[in-house]
Structures are given as structure tokens and as C-alpha cells.
Design a protein around this ligand. Structure first.
Ligand code: AMP
Length: 326
């Protein structure tokens, strides 16, 4: 079932201990779309300036991504982000963010983009996320990402946006910050208890829903899944060489949401979500092997399938029939 994603399309300048790249293709919507394109049709909604080239669009088109809702703002500048990573790649400093055409962005979705039944609201101002959510009132599955900036300056809007979606994908530190709870599981449980105000629920024509799936990303330590039914966690796929973590979170989300979109007839069971977690983990592992989108651009379905098998065998263990003392 087609997926619509709304979010940043960017030029990224990135420095890691292993090299640097200037103004490479990036942005949350781009990383998400490339990953999700392995699973289903993807439509990208977001603005670019006239410094954005046909060559960049071609990278998305090559993977079959529909770019007809990429809005070219004449005379505008594409969103620009610059970051630098510390020696173990765990810390990242944002050196520059230039909103460019993102300033004053008002998402305009075509009929096609509004007809998708899966929606990913990448990290943008939460009122914009709510606006787009309202344009797809009947979407079967809606997921959202955010960042510390919005928790700091627009928490009320972000809570309303979260109440309107099915799935929240955040870094574990953001989840704790959002809820003020120091414990990850209780922070996730808190978000699971949020439901839209009666008026918002009836305005959308849907029953009261609220988020039912929380994914906490933990960087090199993997990711955890919390639902009302249970808990699941996977380590990151162990890599000896990590070059650039930029976009890993969005690539993870692309794998996760993409896998769910590719199973339109399955109910949203924990079993399905666990398999989605595995695919998300594997997609993210490829993303960090090279700068920006370089590795994902030449990734194949066979490579993904092989790594899923490896991740499966390295995370399963059999029952331990030992008579324990005590
Ligand atoms: P991640 O590494 O998953 O956090 O995603 C990094 C991507 O998000 C980069 O490609 C950036 O272009 C983009 N990005 C960074 N800051 C922002 C922001 N404030 N709003 C939207 N996108 C951003």
C-alpha cells in the first residue's frame, strides 16, 4: 500500500572521523523514502529551492520514488544542515541549520499523496505534522518522528500530533525528555496512554485511537519496541566499520514503516512489528556504512535478505533446560 512521507529534503555537509562530504543529498524524507522504497510505492512531500538539481531528484526516481509532490520554490534555497561527529560517532554537534524554503512551508498534498493509506510524518514542526495528518484522515497506519527542538519549544503541539498517530519513533533520550520519565519502559507506557481529545477525534471522523506502537531508537545499541501487549528489543547489526550515522534514524523508520505498508492485510500484531523492527535495523545498518545516501543507493533486496538472516541467527537462543538452584 503506497506510503506518503512529509519532511525535509536537504543538502547536508557532514564531517566524521572518517572523512567529510559537502552538500550531499540528505534530509529526513529522502533517507526515509529510499529505505521504504524497498517495500512499497513511496510519495515524497517537501519543498526544495532552485539550487536543487535534477541529479538529486534522479536518485529518488531511480528507486521508483514518486517526486511529483516535491515543491520547487522559485528563488528559494534548499534546507541545509551541517553536522560533525565525535570520535566514536555517538555524539553529534549541529554546526548550522538553514531552513531556507522550509520557512513558511505549507504542505500541499496531491490527490495521490492523500490517498496513501500509510503516512510517515518525518521530523518537522508538529503543527505541520498535524496539518498533514488531517489531510489523510483515513490512513491505516500513521507514524511520526520528532526531535529535542520541538520538545523544548512546541511540546503541546507535539503531544497533539502524537495523539493523532498510531506509532511514535523517537530516540530513547527524546522519549524520556518528552515524558519527564527517566525509565524508558515507563516513558513509553506514558505515551501509550495518550488519546486525542474527544473533539479532535470526532473532527477527524475516526474513533478515539492514540498511539499503540512506540519505538525507542538507541543508536549503536539497537532499538526497543513497546506496545500495550508487550516489549521487544533488537541490538544494532554489529558492524566493524561505521562511516556516517547521518540519516540512520530515518532509514530505520523507512524500513519499519515500509515493512508494515507491505503487509496491508495483516493486523498490527506484535509478531508483524517484530519483523518490521528487524528490517528497520538492517536498513539502518547499511545506511551507516557510507556517507549520506551512498550505500542505500546501490543496495539490493538480496543484500537486505541476507543480513536479515544473519540478524535472525545472532539474536535467537534456545530454551535452557538447566535445573536452577534455589
Ligand atoms: P538523523 O541522522 O536520522 O537524525 O537525520 C539526519 C537528517 O535530518 C539529515 O539528513 C538532515 O538534513 C535532517 N535534519 C537535520 N536537522 C533537521 C531539522 N531541524 N528539521 C528537519 N530535518 C533535519
Amino acid at each position: 500500500m503506497p506510503i506518503t512521507v512529509v519532511g525535509s529534503i536537504a543538502y547536508d555537509t557532514v564531517k566524521t572521523p572518517f572523512g567529510e562530504r559537502e552538500r550531499m543529498l540528505g534530509g529526513a524524507a529522502v533517507h526515509f523514502a529510499l529505505a521504504a522504497s524497498f517495500f512499497d510505492d513511496v510519495r515524497v512531500v517537501g519543498p526544495v529551492g532552485d539550487d536543487f538539481g535534477e541529479r538529486q531528484l534522479a536518485i529518488l526516481r531511480t528507486r521508483g520514488v514518486d517526486v511529483s509532490d516535491v515543491e520547487l520554490v522559485a528563488g528559494g534555497k534548499t534546507f541545509f544542515w551541517q553536522g560533525e561527529y565525535g570520535w566514536d560517532l555517538n555524539s553529534r554537534e549541529t554546526l548550522d541549520t538553514q531552513l531556507g524554503v522550509f520557512e513558511g512551508f505549507s504542505p500541499k498534498l496531491s490527490e495521490d499523496s492523500r490517498s496513501s493509506d500509510v503516512l510517515f510524518l518525518a521530523n518537522i514542526q508538529p503543527d505541520l505534522q498535524l496539518d498533514v495528518r488531517g489531510q489523510l484522515p483515513h490512513a491505516r497506519f500513521v507514524a511520526l518522528d520528532s526531535m529535542d527542538l520541538w520538545i523544548n519549544i512546541a511540546r503541546d503541539s507535539l503531544v497533539r500530533a502524537i495523539e493523532s498517530v498510531d506509532c511514535v519513533i523517537l530516540n530513547d533520550a527524546e522519549l524520556r525528555q518528552l515524558t519527564g520519565k527517566p525509565n524508558l519502559v515507563s516513558a513509553a507506557r506514558e505515551v501509550l496512554s495518550w488519546v486525542p481529545a474527544q473533539s479532535a477525534a470526532s473532527a477527524s471522523g475516526e474513533g478515539v485511537r492514540g498511539p499503540s506502537v512506540i519505538v525507542a531508537k538507541q543508536g549503536e545499541y539497537g532499538a526497543a519496541l513497546v506496545t500495550r501487549e508487550g516489549f521487544f528489543a533488537l541490538p544494532a547489526y554489529p558492524l566493524e566499520t561505521v562511516i556516517d550515522p547521518t540519516g540512520a534514524g530515518d532509514t530505520f523508520a523507512g524500513g519499519f514503516v515500509g515493512y508494515i505498508a507491505a503487509h496491508p492485510d495483516d493486523e498490527l500484531s506484535d509478531e508483524l512489528l517484530r519483523r518490521a523492527m528487524a528490517h528497520a535495523t538492517v536498513l539502518a545498518s547499511f545506511n551507516v556504512e557510507e556517507f549520506g545516501t551512498e550505500r542505500i543507493q546501490r543496495l539490493s533486496g538480496d543484500e537486505i535478505a541476507a543480513r536479515i538472516q544473519e540478524l535472525h541467527s545472532m539474536t535467537q537462543f534456545s530454551g535452557v533446560p538447566l535445573q536452577l538452584r534455589g
